[in-house]
Ligand binder design. Sequence first.
Ligand code: ATP
Length: 594
Amino acid sequence: MSQAAPAPISGQLPVADSASVRRTAMRLILEERRWLVVLVTVQGAATAAGLVGPVILGDLVNQLAAHRATGQEIGQAVAVFAVALCLQAVLTRIARSRAAVLGERILAKLREGLIDGVLGLPLEVVERAGTGDLLTRSTTDVELLTTAVQRAVPDMGIATVTATLTVIALVVTAPPMAVVLVPAIPPLYLVNRWYLRRASSAYLNRQAAVARVNSRIQESMTAGRTIEALNLGERRLGQIEEEIQRSLRADWATFRLRVVLFPTTEACYILPLFTAVLAGGLFHVAGVLSLGAVTTAALYAQQLVGPVDILLSWLAALQIGGASMARILGVGEVPQPELTTSRPLSQQLTAERVHFAYREGRDVLRGLDLSPDQGRRLAVIGPSGAGKSTLALLLAGVFAPSSGRVQVGGVDVSRIPTERLRTEVALVTQEQHVFAASLRDNLLISDAAAADLRLWEVLDEVDLGEWARALPMGLATQLGSGGVAIGPAQSQQLALARLLLADPHTLILDEATSMLDPGAARHLERSLARVLRGRTVVTIAHRLEGARDADLVAVVDSGRVTELGTHQQLLAAQSGYASLWRAWASDSEPGVDA
Ligand code: ATP
């Protein structure tokens, strides 16, 4: 019976929709409500201190108009004004630092969420999507979002509090003067909407165009000799010129947007003061407002320009940050495979009627059956592109078959949680990673509970003991970037030591030693032989040499096992394997004894 095919996973990672971005932003802000309350309170106090000045000036104007102000009263007013200004400066500074902390806390949560999302991604998704998209999301998108959260959010938070309180003060001091704000609102709204609709794509286009110019120039520099040898200089110059022209056009497009936005916004900023003087004069003449109230209201209208300008200038950055946040949150929206809690009943690995396709309708594996004998070594050989590496990924549970099943002890391999799977079946490839951490931490990845004694044992078993004892701080020595450099052969040995710690009963080897120089490969093969002892081993033998020493050989062609037997049986059967072997033996090892 076949298992149900998993939902197809497209190559691209998902992007969160705007409703989910808004919900997440709101949740993150609300989770920090304590900091938000502190920020609003301190900034509210700073704004209130700033609102005192216009009231004092308004009173002074009233008294001067009535010829009642004495020198002492003027002196007192100036002193209160100065104290209010100092208070405003101190409180604004405190509010700024609180706002920065708030931004950092939100950013830290987003980054942690991204790391959790990336680490929780099913391997299948990473394999299919490629690492480029993931890398862009973890670097460029995080950087863009950092700018938005570290600078835009605090600035906008402060500006919102300031603008709101200033408008309230204006309305309370001189209610009729609220009308002075009205003429500025429609043009400001319309021009900003017009700008924002075009800005992010125009700026992204410009960035992409600049990136293309850079990569063309860099390409031409690195391939200089080839370009010269093939006489391609003129053509390359033409291509660079074309890219520069494109980049200029993209730059002009953003310039045209700014040319409309900036003058219109500046004009709108003058409008409230202009209207305040005009309307205030009329209200005063009509006896509705005192001269002092008009002065205070006009100063408030002018004070609004700063925060409104900050709010508007950060809108584009916020929009770009929002797009990056959607891509970052998208990583967490990848559907997780259904995992099983069932324990395998035996250590038998089986592949039954397995079909698998990277692209719909183009099967790479077509009804493949394979059941390696426990504790024996099976070599899988076949022509390039036959599906050998794909089979290795399926046997190790990285991919799930589109139909058929790959199981260990009756449980689907791809549904066993990773932590548990690595104690059952492990994939060993030529790509081995050394983490920028201590040697001990690099080993404990496989078995967090292992004692130092056990770590030394496995290091000795893979011939790394001597090297590790010579390290300045033994197991505590930092490896990788910023620590002790470690070569490809040692990285492989370290990976083998991790395997010993995880202790899986079945190993899938895919080109584990092929990238190394022959000397290192032989050395590594000795360590590998010790690791393989007593385990079931499936070796993807990209070189036929590997097949001779195996207990059993499976020939894979066009996604199926076409021959199965011992090396000698297959040679005796005069099969396709026999001709492959003879061709390889005469080419690479003239004296080889079949
Ligand atoms: P080789 O010995 O050359 O490595 P192989 O037998 O291991 O070949 P696979 O690497 O499994 O073959 O590839 C089988 C087929 O699947 C090939 O046609 C290959 O182009 C295709 N293929 C492999 N990986 C992917 C992928 N990530 N996306 C799409 N197609 C792929």
